[in-house]
Design a protein around this ligand. Sequence first.
Ligand code: SAM
Length: 276
Amino acid sequence: MSGKLFIVATPIGNLEDLTPRARKTLAEVDLVAAEDTRHTGRLLSHIGVKAPLLALHDHNEAQAVSSVIAALESGKSIALVSDAGTPLVSDPGYRLVQAAHAHSIVVSPIPGPCAVTAALSVAGLPTDRFCFEGFLPAKQAARRQVLDTLCRESRTLVFYESVHRITAVLEDMCAAFGDGRLAFIGRELTKLHEQCVQGTLGSLAVKVRDAAIVRKGEFVIVVAGSDEIAESSLEVDRLLVALNEHLSAKDAARVAADATGLKRNDVYKRLMVIRG
Ligand code: SAM
């Protein structure tokens, strides 16, 4: 019988956020696959757990996967952890999980901290639909291009950012989304110097520039989705008209909203305008 692969979330700052089930799992597995074995070694000794560690990071994932799969197939149970938060969320691990499914190995989540959900829970922006963009490109031209493609996205947007680029990224966001767009910055979430600030992109950029939001540590930026359907959105209009020939206006708006990611209300209003 193959062992089980557990994907274990660990704290994003505050060690008390490790769940009892995560602790129990780390104590019971035969092996812990970790992004950084020294970092995870410190976490394990903090919680009084001794477990053999194996490195699995971006640079060795391809090779490490075969030894982890071999160990699982020999009946060993394994926990995958990253340096912080939920593995696979802007962290290594998806190749391992993919291989485990391909080998019919049971994969089980041990959920817990994640900077995306921590930030969304306090951002005060709609969370019924959101779009996780992770880290933006480091180079400004590529970053601006990505932001330009997102400027009409109606879902709430979530970005990870490091201290090195936070000022430049906020300026680029002001340029792409407009400085009046509502947004949120979560800095050092769950840690001693945590800051959670909502404001327009313009006001957040000023606060970062003036160090009212300290330029240290780790950041999540949450940006409200666009609430405009551009007049030039011919494809959406065509889709709506075609759907409305076979469906009620309400159903046409629902299907078009699902297909485009736009808000149902906005699509319905647009249909009313088109129909005159
Ligand atoms: N797997 C992690 C998770 O579940 O959130 C994310 C790992 S990713 C390599 C690291 C990035 O997550 C940081 O650069 C930052 O953008 C964000 N992050 C992680 N911990 C954070 C915290 N305590 N406060 C704010 N952002 C954090």
